[in-house]
Write a protein that binds this ligand. Sequence first.
Ligand code: BES
Ligand code: ZN
Length: 603
Amino acid sequence: MIRTILILLLISSSLLMAHDYHSFAKPEDCALTHAKFDLNIDFENKVISGIAYLSLKKVKNVKEVFIDTKDLDIISVNDISGKALTFELLEKVEFLGRALRIELPNDISEISIRYKTTTKSSALQWLSPEQTKGKKYPFLFTQGQAILSRTWIPVQDSPGIRFTWEANISCDKNLLPVMSGLNPQSKNASGNYHFEMNKPVPAYLIALAVGNLDFKSLGPKTGVYSEPEMLEMSALEFSDLEAMLQAAEALYGEYKWGRYDVIVLPPSFPFGGMENPMLTFATPTILAGDKSLTSLIAHELAHSWSGNLVTNQTWDDFWLNEGFTVYFERRIMESLYGKDYADMLAVLGYQDLIETITDLGNESDDTKLKLNLKGRDADDGMTDIAYEKGCLLLLQLEKMKGRQAFDKFLNEYFNNFAFKSISTEEFLEYISERLALTADELSVMKTWIYQPGLPGEIAIPSSSLFENVDAEIAAFVSGKKEPVQLEVKNWSSHEWLHFLRNLPGNLSLDKVENLDDVFEFTASGNSEIKFAWLMKVIPLGYKKADKAADEFLLSVGRRKFVLPMFKMLAAQPRLKEHAKELYSNARLGYHSVTAQSVDEVFN
Ligand code: BES
Ligand code: ZN
């Protein structure tokens, strides 16, 4: 009995203490519980400046608190009465920045930090008017995940530390600021705005965008923000948003955040989407004109449960955020558009996964779900392993227990861990109990999580619609059909992607040209199709596509496209030098997240 209690105590304390080595904070001593930001946005000098008021909870009787900062100019630290507090910025650590150590006299639990961002603050991208759609006003957006929030707000920046927040933002009267909280729907005359998030969230989910923004409602709880020039198109593309929200709630329980809006950002946004609470940040490259790339929005919406409600404890547990979200995203798409549709997404995802495992190597530690990112950038965990291998694990559980039981389990999981952060080990403990796993089943799960590569017996996704595509590819490659004869009527982006990805690597230039003449891929307005095409035909020596690649790389900053395309160009002897020069121009328009990644290609 005593032994059991001791063991339980040991387990639970080690779980509670799961250490985040990507943060300097010591929440077990003193933790942030509420933050208030009074900030001014200065576009002329490209500086955010102001005061962060931090409410702290002393867990132990300590005399100091540690705050994460990186490339911030800390001007002064005070208590609420205005008395100066002693502070120091500790030495710089690669990727992490500098700990701000503040001395806390006995009774102090609220402090204020006066600070400014710097030109190095890498969460921020300040865009000139030319980099926007309207060309008239500047634009600013932030990207916090994984560990960039500390470059624009001094906070405890760890996914295991949650706090509520509010902000007063003042900016140019011609612009509208929006945040990852309850948002205004139009500009006011003062240029001052108040924001609130009254649910505890981790720092990586705090975000800000400022620009010439308009809003359009899409339903009672949903809407879209963008520059006026893109608003109609965005509203059409996302016309199913309210239905998506309802489908998600029908699957895994109440949406806990109030409104759900999407902002379409300028094309330099480095990700497809970012699940900032109440306001997903999205790339304009999903505006395909036919709603065919909106599974990305389903993905970010799903994060309102997996990720934002139940959050990975550390970045080593990243798969808990993304694997669940990919599974959930496909379930939303299945409810809205049917199983055939979701199957296509699953197959494309599986193809990505196999490619990633091949690239990383079957034995690589980075193919384990539980990562070890100590000493590395937390961003390195963002591979298809977390997303697609994570999703496959959940599909395996679904298969073991049946969909009905698994859905019930997921509902409970989101409720049980709502507004909490959870480690992989807690997940294992929870499934073992709630899904009544046998010893064998538990050991299968541990293999998924702690071993590299893919376990032997997995259910490989398949798609009946893609079987038709495969037949058309075969007919085309063998010469049985000319491009005009291919039966492509009603093909969605996904069928086209499958088609392009699976064209043989030795296709003749004649055939490439015939395809382009008929389907005009080089000029495609669909970013996914254009990308897949360029990646295929440039290595085949199809020079007509070269210019399109240049234009694409000069206008789009989404890392998922930009990084592989520069890698591909740099690998072509005829284009290597050109790629380098192109990058030196294009880089100026990229967010730091994209620039940092592509730098490695050319260094
Ligand atoms: N949360 C991620 C984006 C992210 C991950 C940013 C890690 C920084 C570090 C977001 O939900 C995401 O996964 N976006 C994907 C799209 C999705 C459909 C796979 C993207 O941006 O491509
Ligand atoms: Zn995601």
